[in-house]
Design a protein around this ligand. Structure first.
Ligand SMILES: [Zn+2]
Length: 630
């Protein structure tokens, strides 16, 4: 594959493409469009797609500091993680990577209008849809996938495709990553039996400028035999504990010089960066010293803190947005913490209630989903105010018919209000945090307190023809966290144990700990199953952010383990203070995605929680987290 390293050259090619398109239109006054259906083959074996990539070869890639540090910390053994063994390629790696492809059109049978172009790739059995019917891209809180959401249009004789909603993936198979904020523009240009394929990959987190690549596809006369990718994950490393994730500490990548030495390339050039795309870089390299390169294998000291560049999935428009997740479960987003609603014949079971600022709209949205059936249950994943703030209004809008006429409402020890309002279920520590001993002022109104609490293990409900498990996760974000697993719909609601918007809010003074959180994320991963290519299957509703599946939970777990290892090393080897840990920029490769420099939960506050968890495990909840939960 040829790679353009010069933006002038790319500009010239695009002008040429436009000229060809205009010429074709002059000769054939037809509606725009081209036929790319059929079987195609790409030679592939490119650096980006093939298995022949070498470690620490980042030259020609416009890596940001975060992108370079991510790749240097990447241990190839990350592939042995169960959640990565079968992960699919992103679209450009699939198509530049080589192999056989089948493209076809989906047309409306009545009007013959083009609805979509379908792409099927031999590698990882990638099936991709490019919508051609003008539909909009989904909202930012919709699920991402390895192949993303694509729409296309014809520009003369060029098919241009725009893709969003991608998952974190690899640009090069040596740990060079693209973030889940990546967007793609692709151009398909057909000349007879060839397609020129040009891609522009933009990632605000790991790249400083767009990565532009091209390759050719040839029309294939024969159909290949092997189209399927039967990949199930297996036990590749026996005995490795769940809380271990292969990674190299900053500055300790053992293969740092292997590629550079083999080809007699200055290490500085092998470390990539936008300057390595341009021809004049050759002259700069002539005077480069080894110290220049070594300065780049660790976070730059005293660099300004970086805040997340990710799109905020919350529309912040004062409305509650309802998104169907899977089976009987919906996600409501817009009032702080995410809300999950399971509906069915009996009524509604609601997980968390938001901040309460939009509680009237939340109630209206739930009632629209459940119709004339009652809002019967509320489950709280923690006491956090952005998850329990709407308890009072949602409770008062509901009722629990299972209690009316039971010994709870009619008997010697009955409650006068039994069944009035939805029953609120939570771990008992949620009640402890929301209420106060008699005689003291409680932090929240009593109408919103859980009335049905459990102390350990799990609380079970069979509701709307579905098993619902509420599982305590000790000393994770707080001491009263629960996850909720809807077993038939196969959706897990995680509360603040997992978010897509920030580093985890580990609330040390209310019993949270990093160790407990990592254990909780592993318990979530013990319950998930993917459908195909490491995605789909069990879906995840996070405390904040978009709908996910196990891949993103595993990524979050991996990130926390890697940060833990770095902080631990600083404490053990250098006796580092909190201030020294915060100054060491141990999160430099993740801040562009999850960091915050202001607001309620900054990177420094997260690092303080990590530090306290590791330094003073008894002060945080981690020493108490040995209680069995499964
Ligand atoms: Zn939250």
């Amino acid at each position: 594959m040829r790679r353009f390293r010069n933006s002038l050259l790319v500009g010239a090619i695009l002008v040429l493409v436009a000229a060809v398109g205009a010429g074709a239109q002059n000769r054939e006054p037809q509606t725009s469009g081209l036929d790319i259906t059929g079987a195609w083959y790409s030679g592939g074996a490119s650096m980006e797609g093939g298995a022949n990539t070498e470690l620490v070869d980042y030259s020609g890639l416009p890596l940001s500091e975060a992108g370079r540090l991510y790749a240097l910390a990447w241990d190839p053994s990350r592939w042995t993680s169960r959640q990565q063994q079968c992960m699919a390629y992103e679209p450009t790696r699939l198509l530049h990577g080589g192999g056989n492809f089948r493209f076809w059109e989906e047309r409306d049978p009545t009007t013959q209008k083009l609805i979509a172009i379908k792409f099927y790739g031999q590698i990882t059995e990638g099936t991709r849809t490019v919508w051609m019917d003008g539909r909009p891209h989904p909202p930012a809180y919709a699920k991402h996938s390895f192949l993303g959401f694509s729409t296309g249009k014809y520009e003369g004789n060029v098919l241009t495709v725009y893709t969003t909603h991608l998952k974190r993936n690899y640009i090069r198979t040596n740990g060079v990553a693209m973030s889940d904020q990546t967007t793609l523009v692709e151009h398909f240009i057909r000349h007879g039996d060839r397609i020129t394929y040009i891609t522009v990959l933009t990632d605000p987190v790991y790249l400083t400028e767009p990565l532009i690549r091209n390759s050719d596809m040839r029309r294939s006369a024969r159909n290949p035999e092997a189209w399927l990718y039967a990949c199930d994950d297996g036990e590749q490393i026996l005995g490795r504990p769940d809380d271990q994730v292969p990674n190299y500490l900053f500055g300790q990548n053992p293969y740092l010089r292997e590629h550079a030495d083999k080809y007699h390339i200055p290490l500085l050039g092998a470390l990539g960066g936008p300057e390595t795309l341009y021809p004049d870089y050759k002259e700069k390299l002539a005077s480069a010293t080894d110290a220049d390169a070594i300065a780049r294998i660790r976070p730059l000291p005293n660099a300004p803190a970086i805040a997340s560049r990710a799109v905020d999935p919350d529309p912040h428009d004062g409305e509650i947005h309802v998104w169907p997740v899977q089976g009987n479960v919906y996600m409501l987003i817009g009032d702080g913490g995410n809300i999950a609603v399971q509906i069915g014949e009996e009524g509604a079971l609601v997980v968390d209630t938001g901040t309460g600022k939009l509680a009237a709209k939340t109630v209206a949205a739930i009632k629209k989903l459940v119709g004339d059936k009652p809002i019967q249950y509320i489950v709280n994943t923690s006491f956090r105010p952005e998850h329990t703030g709407g308890n009072v209004m949602v409770h008062e809008a509901g009722s629990d018919p299972s209690l009316v006429g039971s010994f709870f409402s009619a008997g010697a020890q009955s409650f006068s209000d039994a069944g009035v309002g939805a029953t609120i279920i939570a771990h008992n520590n949620v009640l402890n945090r929301m209420s106060a001993p008699t005689g003291q002022v409680a932090p929240t109104p009593s109408a919103g307190w859980p009335s049905d609490t459990y102390l350990q293990g799990r609380r079970r409900k069979y509701y709307n023809d579905e098993g619902v498990e509420i599982l305590w996760q000790p000393n994770a974000v707080t001491d009263g966290d629960s996850i909720v697993h809807f077993r038939r719909s196969d959706v897990i609601v995680t509360g603040d144990l997992f978010t897509t918007t920030q580093y985890p809010f580990i609330d040390i003074k209310n019993g949270g700990s990093l160790q407990g959180l990592i254990a909780a994320l592993n318990r979530i991963l013990d319950r998930t199953i993917y459908k195909h290519q490491g995605e789909g299957g069990t879906l995840i509703i996070p405390g904040h952010g978009r709908v996910c599946d196990e891949f993103e939970v595993a990524e979050y777990r991996d990130m926390l383990v890697i940060i833990r290892d770095r902080v631990q090393a600083l404490i053990i080897k250098q006796g580092a203070t909190l201030e020294q840990v915060q100054a060491a920029r141990v999160t430099a490769d993740f801040d562009g995605r999850f960091g915050a420099t202001s607001g309620a939960w900054t990177t420094n506050m997260f690092l303080e929680a990590v530090y306290t968890s590791l330094k003073e495990p008894t002060k945080s909840g981690s020493a108490k987290s040995s209680m069995k939960t499964r």
